[in-house]
Design a protein around this ligand. Structure first.
Ligand code: IDC
Length: 345
C-alpha cells in the first residue's frame, strides 16, 4: 500500500491515498485515514530528516514502554487506545531488554510479544519502534548473535508493514564508536535482507549521547559514518542531567546527521527524581524546531519520576483521565497531543 504504487481498491479520502484489500492477501488492519501511518506511509531518511511517503520531513512524537519484561500489564487495548486517541501519539517504542530477565531468557516468547505489540500499534495507525534494549553490558557486540537472530525474525515477519522502525542497540556504553559501527554493519544487512526499505536507527557512544558523555562528540560519527543507507543515529538525554552542552551537540550534529531521540526523560539519568520543567521544555522546543522525532521514557506506572502514570494505574482500566497522570505524564501528553500537520503532498 503506497501512494506511488496504487493497488486494486486504491482511493483517495481527504487527500490521503488509501487502498482496500489486495487480492489473495489478508487485508492489513485499517489504520484509519487520519492516523500517523495512514497519512505518512512508509518512512525513509532524506538528507538529515525522516521523511514520509511524499518525501517531506516529519517529526514523530511518542512514548516508550518501560522494560516489557516488567511492565507487560501496561500494554493492552485500553492503554494503546489512550496513547493513540487521547495522546495522539505518532509512535510507540517497544523496549525489549536483552539482559535483566529480558530476551536472552526466552527468545521466542519475547519475539512474539514484540510482534504482537507491533500489531497493536499498527491497528491504531501508530509507528512501532522495535528497540533491542541493550544496556548492561554496554558493548552491543556481546549480543551480536542474539541481535542477528532476533532481527532476522522480526524483519521477516514485519517486512510488509509500513509502521516498523528498527533500533538495533539502545545505549552502547564502555565501547568505542568503531566497535558500535562494526556491530551495526553486521546487523543492518540482516534486517535489509528481509525488510529492505525500513528505517534503521543506530545507537551512539556514551549511552547514545553521540559520544558526549564519554568526553567525545558527534565528529567521531560524522568522520566515520556507518556504511549503510536509510539509517539514523540515536541521541538520548535526561533533562535534569543533560543540559546546554548536550543541546549544543545536538544543534551542531543535526546539520550533518539524521538524528532520532529514541529515548529521553524529563528527570535525571537514573529515571527518578523531580521533573526538570525548564530543561525538558528547552529540549522539546529544540527538537520541534529541528524536526527531530522523540520517544519519552516511559509509558508505564513504574514508581519513578520518569513514568507517565501513577503507580497502580496499570492494575486498572483507566488510562485516560488526568488523575492517572504524573507530572511527567501530563507534560508529555500536553506536548505530544498537539496537531502534527503532517505534509500530504
Ligand atoms: C531504567 C529504569 C529503571 C531500571 C533501570 C535498569 O527506569 O526502572 O531499574 O533502567 O534497567 C537509560 C536506559 C533505561 C533506563 C533509563 C533510566 O535506556 O533502560 O531505565 N535510562 O535510568 N538510559 C539513561 C537513562
Amino acid at each position: 500500500m503506497t501512494g506511488a504504487n496504487p493497488k486494486p481498491g486504491a482511493f483517495t479520502l481527504n487527500g490521503v491515498a488509501c487502498t482496500g484489500s489486495v487480492g489473495g492477501e489478508e487485508p492489513p488492519p485499517d489504520p484509519g485515514t487520519g492516523t500517523p501511518v495512514g497519512i505518512n506511509g512508509q518512512l525513509k531518511v532524506c538528507g538529515v530528516y525522516l521523511c514520509n511517503q511524499y518525501n517531506r520531513p516529519v517529526q514523530l512524537r511518542g512514548m516508550s514502554t518501560h522494560g516489557i519484561q516488567w511492565f507487560s500489564r501496561c500494554y493492552n487495548n485500553a492503554s494503546l487506545d489512550a496513547l493513540a486517541k487521547d495522546w495522539k501519539s505518532d509512535l510507540f517504542r517497544i523496549a525489549m531488554y536483552v539482559q535483566e530477565s529480558g530476551y536472552e531468557t526466552d527468545p521466542a516468547g519475547f519475539t512474539s510479544r514484540v510482534n504482537s505489540l507491533v500489531d497493536m500499534a499498527e491497528a491504531r495507525g501508530m509507528y512501532a519502534l522495535i528497540d533491542f534494549h541493550t544496556l548492561t553490558p554496554g558493548d552491543p557486540n556481546y549480543n551480536l548473535e542474539r541481535a542477528k537472530t532476533f532481527f532476522a525474525s522480526v524483519a521477516a515477519r514485519n517486512a510488509d508493514k509500513k509502521n516498523v522502525i528498527y533500533e538495533i542497540a539502545n545505549e552502547p556504553n564502555g565501547v568505542s564508536w568503531a566497535g558500535i559501527k562494526s556491530y551495526a554493519e553486521q546487523v543492518i544487512p540482516v534486517i535489509r535482507a528481509a525488510d529492505p526499505d525500513a528505517v534503521i536507527i543506530v545507537g551512539t557512544r556514551g549511552w547514545s549521547s553521540l559520544g558526549v558523555s564519554d568526553g567525545s562528540n558527534e565528529a567521531e560519527v560524522i568522520n566515520n559514518p556507518v556504511n549503510a543507507s536509510n539509517i539514523m543515529y540515536a541521541f538520548h538525554f535526561y533533562a535534569a542531567s543533560h543540559k546546554d552542552t548536550y543541546r549544543a551537540a545536538v544543534s551542531r550534529a543535526a546539520t550533518k546527521l539524521p538524528l532520532f531521540v529514541t529515548e529521553f526523560g524529563t528527570v535525571t539519568y537514573t529515571g527518578g527524581g523531580a521533573v526538570d520543567r525548564a530543561s525538558s521544555t528547552a529540549w522539546l522546543d529544540l527538537l520541534d524546531q529541528l524536526k527531530i522525532g522523540y520517544a519519552n521514557w516511559t509509558y508505564s506506572d513504574a514508581d519513578e519520576g520518569s513514568a507517565a502514570f501513577k503507580p497502580g494505574t496499570c492494575n486498572g482500566t483507566d488510562y485516560s483521565s488526568s488523575g492517572v497522570l504524573t507530572e511527567s505524564g501530563a507534560l508529555l501528553k500536553s506536548r505530544i497531543s498537539t496537531p502534527d500537520a503532517f505534509p500530504t503532498s
